[in-house]
Design a protein around this ligand. Structure first.
Ligand SMILES: *Cc1c(COP(=O)(O)O)cnc(C)c1O
Length: 395
C-alpha cells in the first residue's frame, strides 16, 4: 500500500489525536527507515526514544521470535522464568531492589505514585514534582506533569501534587509539609527540553527526602537503560533514588515498563494493591533481557559516551558559526540544541532532506539517536542539520 492510500485509511478510521508526517514507514534497520515509496531516512529520533538499539535489533528480534512460538502470555498469577530473569538483570545493574512490571511509562509512574502513598503513613499523600517535567498521560502521571498545556480541559485533576521550579531546592523545601510523601523527578528532563540539573540539585533532593522521610522517585523512562552512557542517569550524579521508573527503551522497541524499588519499600506493594495484566509478559521479558545483553556484548555504553562527545563538540563548534543556537546540552545519546527561533521549520527542512529529528518546547531540537549509530551516520546527520540551521540563520 502506498503512502497516500495509507493516509486515506487514517483519515477515515484513526482518531486524529496525533500530528503525523505524511509518510508511511514500512521497514527499518539500525538507524535507517524506509517508507512505502522506498525513500531512505536517517533516523536520529528512532521510536521516540524507544529504539535505543535502532530499528529491529537482531538479538531482540530473535528472542521475540523464539518466545512467541513457545508462550505468548500467561497471567501474573503464575511464575515465568523470563520475568524473573529480567528483574534480576535490572536489579543487578541498578540498586539491587525488586521490580514491578507494566507496559508503558505512564503506568510505571502510576505504580510509583501508588507505592509512595502506600509506603508512607496514611496522612501523607502529597507529591512534589517539577515544572517542565513529563511523566505521562494517565490522570495521575498527567497531574504529576507540571505543564499547563497538558492539563487544559481535563480537570479536575488528581489531588495532592505540588510543583516546584526544576533545580530550585529552596522551593522544594518550602513545599514539604506533614502531608508530603514523595518527590518525583526526571534526573534529566526530556520532553522539557533536555534539561540537565544544576550541580547539587539531585543530591539536595536526596538529602531533603532523607530528612523528611520522603520517597525519592526518579522517572528514568527517557534517560534509563544506557541512554546517557551509564545504565541509569542517576549513576552519573551519584544519587540513588528509592524508586525508579523505566519504559521507552527498556525492551528494545517492544512495549514494556518497569518500576524498581528497594527491598525495604517493595513489600508495601502488597497483593491486591496494584496490577497490570500484560505486565512482564514473556515477550516483553525476553526482549528486555536481549536489550541489556546487546548493550553489554556490543559495548554500547561506551559508544553512547563517544557519540555524546561527538555531538557536543560538533554542535558547540556550530554554535560559534551560527547565531540561532543558544545552548547545546548533551549527555550520551540524549542531545538538545536550544535555538533562539522556532524549531518547527528545522524539523520540516530536515524531513525534506530525509533526516528525522524532533523539536520539543518549541525551540529545542532534540535527538535521541540509537547507541549503535555509526560515526558515519552521526556525521551524515550533523551535516544536514548544520546546513539547515545555517540556512535558517541566514534568512
Ligand atoms: C515518555 C515518557 C513518559 C511516558 O511514557 P509512555 O510510555 O508514553 O506512557 C513518562 N516519563 C518520561 C520521562 C517520558 O519521557
Amino acid at each position: 500500500m502506498n503512502s497516500n492510500d495509507t493516509i486515506e485509511l487514517f483519515k477515515k478510521y484513526v482518531i486524529a489525536n496525533y500530528g503525523r508526517y505524511p509518510v508511511n514507514l514500512v521497514r527499518g534497520e539500525g538507524s535507517v527507515v524506509w517508507d512505502s515509496e522506498d525513500n531512505r531516512y536517517l533516523d536520529l529520533f528512532p521510536g521516540w526514544g524507544c529504539n535505543l538499539l535502532g530499528h529491529c535489533p537482531p538479538k531482540v528480534v530473535k528472542a521475540v521470535q523464539d518466545q512467541v512460538a513457545k508462550l505468548i502470555h500467561v497471567p501474573n498469577t503464575w511464575h515465568m522464568e523470563a520475568q524473573g530473569l529480567w528483574a534480576k538483570e535490572l536489579s543487578e545493574r541498578s540498586f539491587g531492589g525488586q521490580a514491578f512490571f507494566c507496559n508503558s511509562g505512564t503506568e510505571a509512574n502510576e505504580a510509583a505514585i501508588k507505592l509512595a502513598r502506600l509506603h508512607t503513613p496514611k496522612e501523607r499523600y502529597k507529591i512534589i514534582t517539577f515544572e517542565g517535567g513529563f511523566h505521562g498521560r494517565t490522570l495521575g502521571s498527567l497531574t504529576a506533569t507540571a505543564q499547563p498545556k497538558y492539563h487544559e480541559g481535563l480537570g479536575p485533576l488528581v489531588a495532592g501534587f505540588n510543583y516546584a521550579p526544576y533545580g530550585d531546592l529552596a522551593a522544594v523545601e518550602q513545599l514539604i509539609d506533614e502531608e508530603t510523601c514523595a518527590i518525583m523527578v526526571e534526573p534529566i528532563q526530556g520532553e522539557g527540553g533536555v534539561r540537565i540539573p544544576p550541580a547539587g540539585f539531585l543530591e539536595g533532593l536526596r538529602k531533603l527526602a532523607n530528612e523528611n522521610g520522603l520517597v525519592l522517585i526518579f522517572d528514568e523512562v527517557q534517560t534509563g537503560c544506557g541512554r546517557t552512557g551509564h545504565w541509569f542517569a542517576y549513576q552519573h550524579f551519584g544519587v540513588t533514588p528509592d524508586v525508579m521508573t523505566l519504559a521507552k527503551a527498556v525492551c528494545g522497541g517492544i512495549a514494556g515498563g518497569a518500576m524498581l524499588t528497594t527491598t525495604e519499600i517493595a513489600p508495601s506493594l502488597r497483593p491486591g494493591t496494584h496490577a497490570a495484566t500484560f505486565g512482564g509478559n514473556p515477550i516483553a521479558s525476553v526482549a528486555g533481557i536481549a536489550t541489556l545483553q546487546t548493550m553489554e556484548e556490543d559495548n554500547l555504553l561506551a559508544s553512547a559516551k563517544q557519540l555524546g562527545d561527538y555531538f557536543r563538540t560538533r554542535f558547540e563548534q556550530l554554535q560559534q558559526e551560527c547565531n540561532i543556537i543558544q545552548e547545546v546540552r548533551v549527555l550520551g545519546v540524549m542531545v538538545g540544541v536550544e535555538l533562539t527561533v522556532d524549531g518547527a521549520p528545522v524539523v520540516q527542512k530536515c524531513l525534506e532532506r530525509k533526516l528525522l529529528v524532533n523539536c520539543t518546547q518549541g525551540r529545542v531540537i532534540r535527538l535521541l539517536p540509537a547507541m549503535n549509530l555509526t560515526m558515519e551516520q552521526a556525521e551524515e546527520g550533523c551535516k544536514i542539520l548544520e546546513d539547515v540551521l545555517k540556512s535558517l540563520a541566514a534568512e
